[in-house]
Ligand binder design. Sequence first.
Ligand SMILES: [Zn+2]
Length: 406
Amino acid sequence: MAKILRGATAQETHSAILDLIRSSGTVTRVDLADRSGLTGASISRVVKRLLADGLIIETGYGDPTGGKRATLLQFNPRARHAIGIAVDTPSTTYVVTDMSGRVIEQVSSRGIGKDAPATAVQRITAELEDLIVKAEIEPSTLVGVGVALAGRQGRGGTRLLRTDSEKYAWEPFAVRDTLKDAIDHPIVVENDSTCAAIGEFWAGKIPSVNDFATVYMAAGFGLGLVTNGDVYRGSSSNVGEIGHMVLDVNGPQCWCGGQGCLESLAAPAAVVARAGQDETLADKLGLRGRRLSTRSDFAKIARLAAAGDPRCVELIEESATYLAKALLSITNLLDLNQIILAGPGFSEAGDIYVRVAAQELNRLSFVRAMHPTRVELSKLGPSAAALGAASLVLHTQLTPHQNTRS
Ligand SMILES: [Zn+2]
């Protein structure tokens, strides 16, 4: 902490002390001075400001030390709010959270489907305004809106790549800039897998000493990394494209231009395509086989696999095995001890993916003799990306001492 605060701006100091109070539960001014390395006078000044802003509250007295009982300070989660939006092809999910990441309101609407980008953004903006009214939050308490998107980010504003319908339909569209013009609140746009990772960190309350990765599955796969309590963004926020890790040099053509990528072998579209080659299964499941029905077709297969249907178990295990191989390489590369599987792709048969990946890592991880690598399902459910987008707003707005690179 003292190292973080050396040379910090006033805003960074305030946010670091706020973060210390948040992660401590209750704490006294003396504790804060001890733990931050700041003087008592500086702490008093910062605390006074945080109390005036309503970000913390005084909550009784601690044990007497040397006579006088010190006032306990506590984080006030209801003082500010954040909104997270996960934009996806089949559905758009909105969450309103307080500062602790607790969900106050959650709604879903139809996804972007085949909408032109400008039409979709207009609808999202209108739905956002309705949500603020429905959640009954004071607009002045809203610190910002986070938007989780699939796809690539470009230099001229974030661009969305719609991976499970017309491939490049949104690619030249500057989503972030358009939203910034349309929405009267600070906007943070990030890829959905990074959002899911930061959601685990905030809402899942993972301690900042734990480095971990989140694999997010929707149309494809993405990997979000949290190290030292911050997200790793790479050089252009395009980090974690695990979906385009090559697993078979002679494998099928991938839309990215490569061959044998994880996505082309194991994503929902690949599983549905394999199921479609089995006429009996395709009839049994009523597979529609159209691009826009890929996710609902995949959900049917995954649901039957979870219920024990042998052919569907086989298909999901095949997808899970490819993912497990990719996770093995990632684990060996990064020496991870925790991997969380998140997103709508794991909703129905997540347990099978966890089982297959855990077996593979226990059996073959390079560091298996030193420590295990735990694989678990996200507790945040299918709205992990929306919740993560809201968490990212809190993370960016309230803890700028952690965001010096962003
Ligand atoms: Zn690829």
